[in-house]
Design a protein around this ligand. Structure first.
Ligand SMILES: [Zn+2]
Length: 241
């Protein structure tokens, strides 16, 4: 159920069907020379579409948050960088207002690494208000599954490029796909990190991307996300070993 397609009255009438929402969040950010700036919102958008097709009556799809924290890549043209504190506050208030509207549970479906700190902070605050929150950083949380499809992962790398090929092949310029095999040795912070570590706004090997791999990633991960949603809705938050 796409929240913004409902009238206020119809939203109220349907709320009891599902007191849970997904908020897709991304960034406007350089992704190599071959992927569009909207890459990080396109993947969550497509996951939401596939989830809605499968279990649409069980969950609300809230509007996207397309901007994110993107300091590292802001050296490349077209990148829009919003500081973590602002992103975090913004998404906290989106969550708080959804809670006030009756959403007891919330899933942030994130497509961008720079948003992780903002989402962690906002979720810590939301849980203290009584909201149950799950953060899905899709390329991290389902890394094992992704690596059954691709050889590697990376920013605008094989996995993300395959995903966008499947999202819309026309948006990808595979003739400009290259690789950057630099891998950081530590969780290091320095001013020019973007231009040094993410040379050409990329990490990993984009040349290996295919539309078929993208299709497999979306199909596999959509199933995993639906399973997660069902567990989350049922309050099944852990397994006992
Ligand atoms: Zn990305």
């Amino acid at each position: 159920m796409y929240l913004v397609n409902y009238t206020s009255d119809d939203f109220k009438a349907n709320l009891s069907k599902a007191e849970i929402a997904i908020v897709p969040i991304g960034s406007v950010e350089a992704h190599g020379h071959h992927l569009p700036l909207g890459t990080d919102i396109f993947s969550p958008r497509l996951f939401c579409k596939l989830i809605n097709e499968r279990i649409g009556e069980e969950i609300w799809i809230a509007p996207e948050i397309p901007y994110g924290q993107s300091y590292d890549l802001s050296v490349y043209p077209g990148t829009i960088n919003i500081p973590t504190e602002i992103v975090s506050n913004y998404i906290f208030f989106v969550g708080k207002s959804l809670l006030a509207n009756g959403m007891k549970k919330l899933i942030f479906l994130n497509g961008h690494g720079g948003n992780v700190n903002a989402l962690n902070l906002a979720s810590e605050k939301l849980m203290q208000l009584g909201m149950d929150v799950v953060i899905i950083n899709w390329w991290l949380d389902f890394s094992k599954d992704i690596l059954t499809v691709t050889e590697g992962q990376g920013h605008a790398g094989e996995d993300e490029s395959s995903a966008i090929l499947y999202y819309d092949e026309k948006l990808v310029q595979m003739d400009k796909a290259i690789k950057n095999t630099k891998k950081p040795l530590m969780r290091v912070y320095f001013k020019d990190r973007g231009s040094v570590l993410y040379e050409n706004a990329l990490s990993g090997d984009a040349t290996l991307a295919t539309v078929e791999k993208g299709e497999k990633i979306f199909k596999l991960l959509t199933e995993k996300m639906i399973e997660l949603i069902h567990n989350f809705k049922a309050g099944k938050y852990y397994i006992q070993e």
